[in-house]
Design a protein around this ligand. Structure first.
Ligand SMILES: [Zn+2]
Length: 259
């Protein structure tokens, strides 16, 4: 009798040691899927309501009324006001493809600029030397660029890679085009094959940036794949977007404003 009790205790103990984790995991697997997806569908990840675009229709365009929002969604559907200039543009202390010139395109908004400096520092620590090529761009400058592109090919062709004025993320001061010496400081598709391009694709989110126009998402973003264009959105959003393989458009389909 006594022997049986001991044996039983030993078996229970043994079972506890070897399969405790497994049992917990099984339990989670059994209960969670039934509740979680339904709950997530109802609420989605919740973010502050101020991160959503406030829109007003002006001359048939959806114009963003809160352009200073760091998560502002700028695309061919939602435009920045023509008079908008970010209030806190600074020149990030990074290497530029054009050297030390203090020109418009070297600027970014303060928070994005600080994150860019950390990003470039992180890259350097991994042996990757990045170069900033083009950041802030005014509405007027965007107009000139599109006109030049249209003159070189056609307006239709130009619009595949050049945003209409107001619809460029560069006007937000939150985007930076990045290249490398190995890519001749060019902004083109071959940047994805360079070590620097690969590094950025894998690590930008750790610094609050997303690859804004991914390959295979052209239908959603309405832009060709741009392995060089990075957009600051802040750490939480960048990680969520990266981990779910979303675009910024997808992100705003999924998140819900806090009540
Ligand atoms: Zn760009």
């Amino acid at each position: 009798m006594k022997k049986n009790v001991l044996t039983l205790a030993a078996v229970v103990l043994l079972a506890g040691c070897t399969s405790a984790e497994e049992e917990t995991a099984t339990e989670t697997e059994q209960t969670a899927p039934a509740e979680k997806p339904a709950a997530e569908k109802e609420t989605g990840p919740v973010i502050d309501a101020s991160y959503f675009n406030e829109l007003k229709e002006v001359d048939g365009l959806q114009v963003i009324q809160n352009p200073e929002n760091p998560l502002v969604l700028v695309n061919k559907e939602f435009a920045l006001p023509s008079a908008y200039t970010p209030p806190d543009l600074v020149r990030p202390n990074v290497q530029y493809s054009f050297g030390d010139q203090d020109i418009e395109k070297s600027y970014m908004r303060r928070e994005a600029a600080a994150a860019l400096e950390t990003l470039f520092k992180g890259a350097k620590e991994d042996g990757q030397y990045l170069f900033a090529v083009s950041g802030y761009r005014s509405y007027d400058r965007q107009e000139e660029i599109l006109a030049a592109g249209a003159a070189a090919s056609s307006e239709e062709e130009a619009l595949k890679s050049i945003a209409p004025p107001g619809m460029s993320e560069h006007q937000s001061g939150l985007a930076m085009d990045i290249s490398s010496e190995s890519n001749g400081f060019e902004l083109n598709q071959s940047f994805e094959t360079t070590a620097e391009g690969q590094w950025l694709k894998d690590h930008a989110h750790e610094y609050g940036f997303i690859l804004r126009y991914p390959k295979g998402k052209e239908d959603i973003t309405q832009y060709i794949y741009e392995p060089w264009h990075f957009r600051y959105v802040g750490g939480d959003a960048a990680v969520m977007i990266y981990e779910n393989d979303w675009t910024l458009e997808d992100y705003f389909e999924q998140v819900k404003p806090a009540e």
